[in-house]
Design a binder for this molecule. Structure first.
Ligand code: NAP
Length: 251
């Protein structure tokens, strides 16, 4: 039997969900690719490969060598390079590509959001918003805040961050999904004045926004980077399946 090989560029909840659905199709071989940033990634259905491809050319070579029929970029909205590489490799090889991007968050009544174009912009806003900051933008990029020596930071991330980072930093290692009561306790317990987040979207990490709203706290939201020119993303796993002409056999 010949298999239709689908490469899922992963590292997100949606990628894991998609792999589970694709693996349930008898005629499909699914391979999920992970960057290898997380030392203990959760279980993924189907095949898994770990580590970079060596840029767009390396990815194109992999698509050819592994006879990939479709590549699905289901990476995080802030993972700019791999998405650009996926689009370039797909164009170079003629392999169809689908980009999955979960929708961004929208402010609700009572939210006190401050939009920032980047982590550097977020750092500019912080001194006016309060001395105690909960930073949930991931373990990379903390250098943008390292000069803020007067502020106290609680950095929550999945894996331990590396310096440079602000001198007054407490690190909390935790992986979502989180809950509104849990996030409320965190914000209260650490006497947080302001929350900083990327506009990651999705439900797993959204409770911090609800908790901040209920406590009346300001939130600095870092806007998403743009998609590569000419690319239109689909918003969910169901839309990817439609593009692939497959149904969901796991429900
Ligand atoms: P990035 O800046 O776009 O990628 C940097 C390089 O890492 C890429 O050029 C590629 O190396 C490699 N890479 C990234 N994702 C890969 C994947 N799924 N499979 C194989 N190689 C991959 O990415 P990032 O922001 O560091 O994110 C890395 C991974 O973590 C992504 O898979 C993403 O879904 C996940 N993630 C990111 C964030 C975030 O905030 N950025 C949050 C949660 C999860 P080569 O050029 O050598 O191929």
């Amino acid at each position: 039997m010949s298999f239709r090989h689908i490469l899922v560029l992963g590292g997100t909840t949606e990628a894991r969900e998609l792999a589970a659905v694709l693996a349930a199709h008898p005629g499909v071989r699914v391979t999920t690719s992970l960057a290898g940033r997380v030392s203990r990634p959760g279980a993924v259905a189907g095949d898994v490969r770990v580590g970079g491809f060596g840029g767009a050319d390396g990815l194109a070579a992999w698509l050819r060598a592994e006879h990939v029929g479709t590549v699905v970029d289901a990476t995080h909205p802030f993972a700019v390079s791999i998405t650009a590489n996926a689009v370039r490799a797909a164009r170079a090889t003629g392999v169809p590509a689908v980009v999955l991007r979960r929708p961004g968050w929208r402010p609700e009544p009572g939210d006190r959001w401050h939009e920032a174009a980047s982590l550097d912009d977020a750092a500019v806003l912080l001194p006016d918003l309060g001395p105690s900051v909960l930073l949930t933008t991931g373990r990379l990029g903390l250098a943008a805040f390292a000069h803020l020596t007067d502020l106290r930071f609680v950095v929550r991330c999945v894996e331990a961050p590396e310096p440079p980072m602000p001198p007054r930093t407490e690190v909390l290692l935790a992986r979502g999904p989180f809950t509104v009561p849990g996030e409320t306790d965190l914000l209260r317990g650490h006497r947080i004045d302001v929350l900083v987040t990327k506009d990651s979207g999705g439900t797993a990490t959204a409770p911090k926004l609800t908790a901040a709203r209920r406590l009346g706290l300001p939130v600095v939201v870092v806007r998403r980077p743009a998609l590569p020119e000419g690319v239109e993303a689909v918003p969910d796993v169901r839309s990817v399946l439609e593009r692939l002409g497959l149904d969901d056999r796991t429900t």
